[in-house]
Design a protein. Structure first.
Length: 135
């Protein structure tokens, strides 16, 4: 029970932080501001996975999935991570960084495929954010 409560709190904090950062990236008037917000999302994703951001974001899609499987938390976190990485790819596309966008999209797709989640159907807590980002 305590582990479940802890996980719910961690997810809630993740949703709040990622929502702020992705909305800031969307509203950014220049590339540096968008990339700063993208960096925040990457730190939140890595933190959710209990990894160092520099390591987590450099992993190949398959290696990222493997690390999630080894953590034992992959099933609980996959939808959140896949959604965040998928929307992060959009930020990098708009900032003119197609290579990083492609990597984030590939990571999101690998997670979605491996854990059976749909990046187009975000977890309930992220649906309001998805609606705002899609406006």
């Amino acid at each position: 029970m305590l582990q479940r409560d802890y996980l719910l709190e961690v997810i809630s904090q993740f949703v709040d932080a990622v929502s702020r950062a992705l909305l800031a990236a969307r509203a950014a008037q220049d590339e540096p501001a968008a990339l700063e917000a993208a960096d925040e999302v990457e730190h939140e994703v890595a933190g959710l996975l209990d990894m160092e951001p520099d390591v987590a974001m450099q992993l190949t899609p398959d290696s990222l999935v493997t690390m999630m499987l080894l953590s034992g938390m992959g099933d609980a976190l996959a939808g959140y991570v896949a959604f965040a990485l998928s929307r992060l790819a959009d930020v990098y596309d708009r900032a003119g960084d197609p290579d990083t966008a492609g990597m984030r999209r590939a990571q999101a797709e690998a997670i979605a495929s491996s854990f059976g989640v749909d990046t187009a159907e975000p977890p309930e807590e992220l649906r309001p954010l998805a609606g705002q980002l899609d406006e």
